[in-house]
Design a binder for this molecule. Structure first.
Ligand SMILES: Cc1cc2nc3c(=O)[nH]c(=O)nc-3n(C[C@H](O)[C@H](O)[C@H](O)COP(=O)(O)OP(=O)(O)OC[C@H]3O[C@@H](n4cnc5c(N)ncnc54)[C@H](O)[C@@H]3O)c2cc1C
Length: 382
């Protein structure tokens, strides 16, 4: 057989970890990365942008040096669908044949709630984070509402951690600026016990932290709409001068055009080996997939990395004619940052741990960012 050609969709956490795993295990294999831009956006530090601790240029990492070093071809395009069971990738800039495919194009947010345009969603990237920074700076007082929701068709498809970080970060920022007394902060969520996936102790810990900071809560009421100055729920409405909201997640916009099996929430349906169910040599890693596991299985970068390693290993095995054996570890690790402190949350099949806010974890989160991005910050030719 000629040198096999692997196509990877995406240039985020899962895609790049897969590249490194593949290259480490096979020096010869041909790898093509397909994404709109050869850059990694480091989402976990977006929460520091509203306070000015990070700028856009700190979080958009040019990948040209890394890709050259790893001998990866880059196809600048947006994938629009698949043909031949995945052997042909359809893009807005031509088609691409492959011998094996890894999907790592992340998820997207549900935008169905009426008036959703009145809310800012930090997960949309640096432009949204800059808008939050500017709106905060312009406000002289009032109410700031911060909340998140899930995908009703797939309860695990949510991203709550960053919204707790944004909430605590704004509280800290306003205190640092000496104007916290002019604002009311409200945390809203349709669930009565938000953040349950982080563990029961974590829910209590996070709600206690809100109480300590004088943050009001609006819990257990289904959201019905947003207005320019209002959050509407089945349990009543409240006014707000700034609404920060993370909707539930769903799969990539091209998933339906792939003819691959999808979960009820619209993600690529995978097995414990990160293989797309019933598809030949098609794997998925990270936020784009739906995987078997406990109900707290997170959609986070750490999990995307764990899945990408497994997907890459099994993909190489499949090319060699072996059945998949590698399985990803079930683990949730995050530091909920409060701008000057961090709360460590860890969950596995055996443990659920939450450690109270301390400065060390804030610095650890920052150090981890530096460490994580180091291999990708290569300059071309270096
Ligand atoms: C504010 C915020 C804070 C977070 N904090 C943490 C944290 O502290 N810890 C943690 O572990 N996780 C955190 N996360 C979650 C983490 O960032 C995601 O889980 C992670 O980015 C998922 O990685 P991924 O590779 O699956 O997708 P992504 O990182 O989203 O990458 C998807 C890639 O696919 C590309 N793409 C999209 N559509 C197409 C297409 N049609 N064709 C080709 N390419 C496409 C994109 O351009 C991108 O390169 C945070 C997320 C946010 C937003």
């Amino acid at each position: 057989m000629n040198t096999p050609h692997i196509a990877i969709v995406g240039a985020g956490f899962a895609a790049l970890t897969a590249v490194r795993t593949l290259r480490k295990r096979d020096a010869q294999v041909r790898i093509t990365l397909i994404a709109p831009r050869a850059e990694l956006v480091y989402y976990p530090s977006l929460i520091w942008m509203p306070a000015g601790l990070r700028r856009r240029q700190d979080l958009h990492i040019d990948l040209s040096g890394f890709l050259a070093q790893q001998r990866v071809e880059f196809h600048a395009a947006r994938v629009t669908g698949l043909a031949d069971g995945g052997r042909t990738v359809l893009t807005d800039s031509g088609t691409l044949a492959n011998d094996a495919l890894l999907i790592a194009s992340g998820g997207r947010f549900l935008k169905g709630l009426p008036g959703i345009e009145h809310a800012l969603t930090i997960c949309e990237g640096t432009t949204a984070a800059e808008s939050i920074r500017d709106r905060l700076a312009a406000l002289t007082g009032g109410t700031i509402a911060v909340g998140f929701a899930t995908n009703p068709k797939e309860q695990g498809a949510m991203r709550g951690g960053p919204m707790f970080e944004l909430l605590f970060g704004i509280d800290t920022l306003l205190r640092q600026q000496g104007r916290r007394d002019r604002f009311r902060l409200v945390f809203f969520n349709p669930a009565k016990a938000p953040g349950k996936r982080l563990g029961e102790k974590a829910v209590t810990g996070l709600l206690n932290e809100m109480k300590k900071r004088g943050i009001d809560t609006w819990l257990g009421h289904k959201l019905t709409a947003f207005e320019a100055d209002k959050v509407r729920t089945e349990g009543g409405d409240f006014t707000s001068d700034l609404i920060l909201f993370m909707p539930g997640m769903t799969g990539p916009d091209w998933a339906e055009a792939s003819a691959l099996p999808l979960s009820t929430g619209g993600f690529f349906q995978a097995d414990a080996h990160c293989q797309v169910s019933g598809a030949d040599k098609v794997f998925v890693a990270g936020d784009a997939g739906s995987y078997p596991g406990p109900d707290w299985l997170p959609k986070q970068a750490h999990m995307a990395d764990l899945q990408a390693r497994v997907a890459a290993e099994n993909l190489l095995g499949a090319l060699a004619g072996h059945p998949p054996v590698a399985r990803f570890k079930l683990e949730l690790v995050c530091i909920v940052d409060t701008l000057d402190r961090g709360i460590l949350v860890y969950r596995s099949e055996k443990h659920a741990i939450i450690l109270p806010p301390c400065r060390l974890f804030h610095w650890a989160k920052s150090f981890f960012e530096w460490l994580y991005l180091r291999p990708y910050r290569k300059t071309a030719g270096a």
